[in-house]
Design a protein around this ligand. Structure first.
Ligand SMILES: O=C(O)CCC(=O)C(=O)O
Length: 357
């Protein structure tokens, strides 16, 4: 107990934690109306403005260099973080819309797993159900079935069966069959996993779990985007992906992605929707991290040494001024895709694709 409290205190004092606290969303309680506490963004690296100035023939800030590669588009690196690549605005608006749609409609579909699996089991067609204002209801045990306390045990015990319904059964009372709005479940979607399934409880890939291969179109995109970080003649093999869904106030704490076999291969990380701050630390949590903006359409590659760097997302911005998704909003309203528009106006999605073996 004492030991763990000390470890937690130590973690609180690391340079990475200090930066997370600096950028995290806090509310000013003193004011009548809940207002986000202002944050100093002057030290956040802005690769979009670096790119604009570079295209006009301007110089690059200290520590930033342009990567020479055959890649169609500008790629930047950081002298202090070998193996890290930033490709600003590389996805077209059409591509951004396509991957937002896929991330909401098809990526959370079974056999892909989501954070909801642990509580509800596999959920089909969550996005459509939310769109149709459905509720997720639990069937009552049939006579003779025993509701096993919290655990999903088959056999003589009742396994709770959840399904979407247009109406709430008023006779269903008590916590055991409390209906949940599909829109609430969609808002609480935090991750889904594609390809080889990642087991979060063991922090490893469980290749025995049922899975589909990464969709071909995503494979092609990942291979193309990974090219600047690959050795000549090598091709990236996408085998797994994690899709992260962020709402206002959500953050992804500092961590390493160290469960893949070959760290010379990049993680290909695609940003969609509202703008975020990304922290890229060093090999120790004590190394002060660099902060940078991630906007919709940006791609980050982390390969080789950069795979050993702590990283995380302490903040997303959903307000009109800072989210910077006006083009995306226009595109979705043109396509009459209002449910997607409604979701992405207050959310960010990250798709990160990995070669596991
Ligand atoms: O959301 C991001 O940009 C980073 C995601 C990430 O680091 C991860 O899933 O491991």
């Amino acid at each position: 107990m004492y030991g763990s409290a000390t470890a937690a205190d130590d973690l609180e004092r690391t340079e990475f934690r200090k930066a997370e606290k600096k950028y995290k969303l806090y509310y000013d309680n003193k004011k009548r109306k809940k207002q986000p506490r202002p944050v100093d963004l002057s030290e956040v690296i802005d690769f979009r403005s670096i790119l604009e100035s570079y295209k006009r023939g301007g110089g690059l800030p200290d520590g930033v260099f342009a990567v020479n590669s055959d890649f169609q588009g500008h790629v930047f690196g950081l002298e202090s973080r070998p193996g890290f690549y930033f490709i600003p605005g590389v996805l077209s608006l059409d591509e951004q819309c396509q991957w937002i749609r896929e991330s909401l409609e098809s990526f959370p579909q079974p056999p892909n797993r989501t954070n909801h699996n642990a509580v509800y089991g596999p959920i089909e067609n969550l996005f459509d159900a939310a769109k149709d204002s459905k509720v997720f209801v639990q069937d009552e045990p049939l006579s003779g079935e025993v509701l096993f306390d919290g655990d999903l045990v088959r056999g003589e015990h009742f396994v709770p069966r959840w399904r979407f319904s247009s109406v709430v059964d008023k006779s269903c009372k008590g916590d055991s069959c409390k209906p949940v709005l599909a829109s609430v479940l969609l808002r609480k979607l935090r991750w889904s996993t594609l390809g080889l399934q990642f087991d979060w409880s063991k922090r490893s890939y469980n290749i025995s779990l049922p899975h589909n291969k990464i969709p071909d179109a995503l494979c092609c995109l990942a291979k193309r985007l990974a090219a600047p970080a690959m050795l000549p003649g090598e091709e990236f093999q996408p085998e797994a992906a994690i899709v992260n869904y962020f709402s206002l106030g959500d953050m992804l704490g500092g961590h390493l992605d160290d469960m893949e076999k070959d760290w010379s291969k990049p993680i290909v990380s695609i940003s969609l929707g509202c703008k975020a701050i990304f922290l890229l630390g060093g090999k120790s949590r004590e190394d002060p991290p660099l902060a940078m903006f991630l906007r919709s359409g940006d791609v980050v590659l982390m390969a080789r040494e950069a795979r050993e760097c702590f990283h995380g997302v302490p903040r997303i911005f959903t307000d009109k001024e800072n989210a910077e998704i006006a083009d995306l909003e226009l595109q979705f309203s043109k396509e009459e895709c209002l449910p997607f528009l409604d979701y992405i106006q207050s959310s960010r999605i990250n798709i990160n694709i990995r070669q596991v073996f």
